[in-house]
Design a protein around this ligand. Structure first.
Ligand SMILES: NC(=O)c1ccc[n+]([C@@H]2O[C@H](COP(=O)([O-])OP(=O)(O)OC[C@H]3O[C@@H](n4cnc5c(N)ncnc54)[C@H](OP(=O)(O)O)[C@@H]3O)[C@@H](O)[C@H]2O)c1
Length: 378
């Protein structure tokens, strides 16, 4: 039987790659609902290609939730940016649909609320939380693949790899003074602007470490990061007996998207396999937290808790927008992150979607109003 699929963020980088995979596998998938942010040629093209699917344009959180519930999907791909799809994600899990989650914000800020939804769904479906809430981020997909069939008690350490971004070999002062055109030149992955800037600052890797902590239930102390410029190994898991398992694949998001859509079956000819002999040496290094302070701030937020991680991800969204708008230099990003997390991390842990969205708005307002130090103005 074909799986009924809803795609939130259908016109974006992840959403459109998912639609390509679905178009190549019409016997396995049927698109029943699509959502995007605004009217555009891309939205028209997506609607024309799927006339039977319900299309929602520019919906708010409740409209996205209603779209998911009314279209009764078996699988929902959450590929929006920001927190707009947080309620829809929890509603999808509670309705019995599996969720393929690309959106980091939902896991980093949504924290326990989303993970509790995944555990409830797993119990109801007599399945596992990872089968119900399927990671799409390449590193978390790689961890999932390394952990398949393993006893969690034997897991010693999770490793995420980072390409190191365009500033991997730059001096600290040059990184701090960088402007958008330099930060947007990602050496290995082709992605949206926000995540490309996050890769240059290594904040993306910090957000991924927080995601790993939540998805796999391990403390931050047991999540390691390796700079691996070739982007062939995406993650590794070290076990209690001293063995380490790694996942290798070409740097192509269709791999992890297809794994999440097709799980537990692997797709046919999804991406070209890695040719290791042609590839040559693979190198690994520890990240330099002094040159990439945003990573250190993100890891500290992960150790601090949900308030800090929610403030971090909201502040980062604002900081990257201010940077891309030409308001400041690259070095202002960690300044905005550090000040916002410090201002908001104390206080009660949010235990509802409303409280999380309130904290998100507060962090955004703080980060937006923060003055940029003279030397970091663009
Ligand atoms: N790109 C990657 O390779 C990659 C890798 C790992 C993880 N991720 C994560 O995946 C998520 C999506 O990333 P992306 O790069 O695909 O982003 P993107 O290219 O910016 O796409 C975002 C999508 O969300 C849609 N959207 C915005 N507001 C919406 C709303 N209110 N309702 C429904 N849809 C809405 C956009 O529609 P419009 O086009 O109409 O604005 C677009 O389709 C992010 O959280 C990112 O961190 C991405």
């Amino acid at each position: 039987m074909r799986q009924r699929v809803a795609i939130l963020g259908a016109t974006g980088s992840i959403g459109s790659q998912a639609l390509d995979i679905i178009a190549q596998n019409p016997e396995r998938f049927e698109v029943v609902a699509l959502a995007c942010g605004r009217r555009s040629d891309a939205a028209d093209a997506v609607a024309a290609a799927h006339p039977a699917a319900t299309l929602l344009v520019g919906g708010d959180s409740s409209e996205l939730e209603r779209l998911v519930l009314s279209s009764a999907p078996d699988l929902v791909l959450v590929a929006t940016t920001g927190l707009v799809a947080l309620p829809a994600t929890i509603a999808a899990l509670d309705s019995g649909a599996a969720v393929a989650i690309a959106n980091k914000e939902t896991i980093v800020a949504g924290g326990e609320l989303v993970m509790a939804g995944a555990r409830r769904a797993a119990q109801a479906a007599k399945s596992t939380p990872l089968e119900r809430l399927r990671p799409v981020d390449s590193e978390h997909s790689a961890l999932w693949q390394c952990l398949n069939g393993e006893d969690p008690a034997g897991v010693e350490r999770l490793w995420l790899t980072a390409s190191g971004g365009p500033f991997r070999t730059w001096e600290a002062e040059r990184i701090s003074a960088a402007l958008p055109a330099e930060a947007l030149k990602h050496p290995t992955w082709s992605m949206g602007a926000k995540i490309t800037i996050d890769s240059a600052s290594l904040v993306n890797k910090g957000l991924e470490a927080i995601e790993a902590q939540r998805l796999y239930g391990v403390p931050m102390e047991r999540v390691g990061i390796l700079v691996h410029p070739e982007s062939v190994v995406h993650a590794l898991v070290t076990f209690s007996d001293g063995s380490t398992i790694a996942q290798l694949a070409s740097a192509d998001m269709r791999g992890p998207i297809g794994y999440a859509l097709g799980y537990p079956q692997r797709m046919e000819r999804l991406i070209p396999p890695v040719d290791l002999a042609a590839r040559g040496a693979l190198t690994f290094d520890a990240p330099d937290l002094a040159r990439f302070p945003g990573l250190a701030i993100a890891l500290a937020a992960g150790r601090s808790g949900v308030r800090a991680t929610s403030a971090l991800i909201a502040a980062d969204d604002v900081a990257v927008s201010r940077f891309l708008a030409g308001e400041c230099r690259f070095g202002a990003i960690p300044v905005i992150l550090e000040a916002t997390v410090a201002a908001l991390e104390g206080g009660a842990t949010p235990t509802s979607v409303e409280a999380l969205l309130e904290l998100d708005a507060e962090a955004r307002a703080y980060a937006t109003a923060l003055p940029i130090p003279e030397v970091l103005r663009a």
